[in-house]
Design a protein around this ligand. Structure first.
Ligand SMILES: [Zn+2]
Length: 312
C-alpha cells in the first residue's frame, strides 16, 4: 500500500507577515524538498478540502466558530491572540488544514493508503476548545480524531505529539475523553505553560529539560510512551508532527538531530504495525527553521513511505 500526502495552495494564503515565524514559506520549503528528492512522485497526492462546520464543531462549540467568522477581516490583519493574526484568507486555510485530517483518516481507514502526511498550516495543536493560541485556530488533529471516533466508530485513537511545545489544545479537548490517548513530549518549563499536573491516565506528558540531546530524548520517549501505547492498543494513530525540537530551530532549546525524526517515525510506525495495521495519519504542526523543517519532513516522509510499502 502507499503513503498519502495532503496539501492545498490556499494554505499558503494565510500570511501573518514577513517577521512571523509561522510563514507560508514553510510549506514551500517542504514541497520543494519532496519534489527535488523525487519523494513526491512516490506519494498518493491529494488536494485538501475544507472541513465542514459539523466536522469542526465536534471539537469546537458553534459560538467559537461564529466568533472567528465575525472577527475575520476583509483586508489587513487582526490579532486573534498575542501570537496569532487573522487575515481574510486565514479561516479558509484553517478549514483546509482541518479538512485534510478528516480526508486522511478516511483514506487510511478504508485502506486507500496505509499512512498519510498532511503538509498544512495553520497548525492546530495549541487551539483549545474555545480559544485560539500559538498560531492555531482549529485543532486539526483533534478534529481528525473525533472524525475517526464519531464517523468511523473507532473506540481508541492515540495522538502522539512530538512538537517541542505541549499540545495544550489537544489536551484541553480530550482531557475528559479516555477514548483518546494523548502522548506529548515537550520542553518544560516552556510555552504554553499548561496541563502538567493531575493529568488523567490517558494524558502522558514527557517533559524535556532545555538542552535535552538525542540520546536522552529517545530514552524518555521509549520509557514514557511505549508502555502506555501497548496497554491502550490504539485502532488508529494520529501524529502532531512538529519539527521545532531540532537544535537549529529558533523557537526552542531542545537539541535533536534530523536523524531523530526518522527514529521517532520508525518508532511510531512500529507501534502502528503492532496494534492497528500500520494506520498513521500525521499532521504538520511547528518547525521554524526552513532548512531544518525540510530535512525533518523529508526524514519523516521517508519513514512513512518505508512503513507504507512494507508488508504487515
Ligand atoms: Zn511548536
Amino acid at each position: 500500500m502507499s503513503t498519502a500526502f495532503f496539501h492545498h495552495p490556499d494554505c499558503e494564503a494565510h500570511d501573518m507577515g514577513d517577521d512571523h515565524p509561522e510563514s507560508p514559506k514553510r510549506l514551500r520549503a517542504i514541497e520543494d524538498r519532496l519534489t527535488q528528492t523525487g519523494l513526491m512522485d512516490k506519494l498518493l497526492v491529494t488536494q485538501a478540502e475544507e472541513a465542514s462546520r459539523d466536522e469542526i464543531r465536534r471539537a469546537h462549540p458553534d459560538k467559537y466558530i461564529d466568533q472567528l467568522e465575525q472577527m475575520a477581516p476583509t483586508k489587513g490583519r487582526v490579532m486573534a491572540d498575542p501570537d496569532t493574526m487573522m487575515t481574510a484568507y486565514s479561516l479558509r486555510a484553517a478549514r483546509l488544514a482541518a479538512g485534510s485530517g478528516v480526508q486522511a483518516v478516511n483514506q487510511v481507514l478504508v485502506n486507500q493508503a496505509r499512512n498519510a502526511f498532511c503538509a498544512i498550516r495553520p497548525p492546530g495543536h495549541h487551539a483549545e476548545r474555545s480559544r485560539t493560541m500559538g498560531f492555531s485556530f482549529f485543532n486539526n488533529v483533534a478534529i481528525a480524531a473525533l472524525h475517526a471516533l464519531s464517523f468511523h466508530h473507532l473506540e481508541r485513537v492515540a495522538i502522539l505529539d512530538f512538537d517541542v511545545h505541549q499540545g495544550n489544545g489537544t489536551i484541553d479537548i480530550f482531557h475528559h475523553d479516555p477514548r483518546v490517548l494523548m502522548c506529548s513530549s515537550f520542553q518544560h518549563p516552556f510555552y504554553p505553560y499548561k496541563h502538567y499536573h493531575d493529568m488523567p491516565d490517558h494524558v502522558v506528558n514527557v517533559m524535556l529539560k532545555a538542552g535535552t540531546d538525542s540520546k536522552t530524548y529517545r530514552q524518555a520517549i521509549t520509557e514514557g510512551w511505549l508502555d502506555a501505547l501497548d496497554r491502550f492498543k490504539p485502532q488508529l494513530i494520529l501524529v502532531s508532527a512538529g519539527f521545532d525540537a531540532h537544535r537549529l530551530d529558533p523557537l526552542a532549546d531542545i537539541e535533536l538531530e534530523t536523524e531523530d525524526y526518522r527514529w521517532i517515525t520508525d518508532t511510531i510506525t512500529d507501534v502502528a504495525k503492532a496494534h492497528c495495521r500500520g494506520r498513521v495519519v500525521s499532521m504538520l504542526e511547528g518547525g521554524y527553521n526552513l532548512q531544518v523543517l525540510a530535512d525533518g519532513v523529508e526524514a519523516h516522509v521517508r519513514g512513512l513511505l518505508a512503513a507504507g510499502n512494507a508488508s504487515l
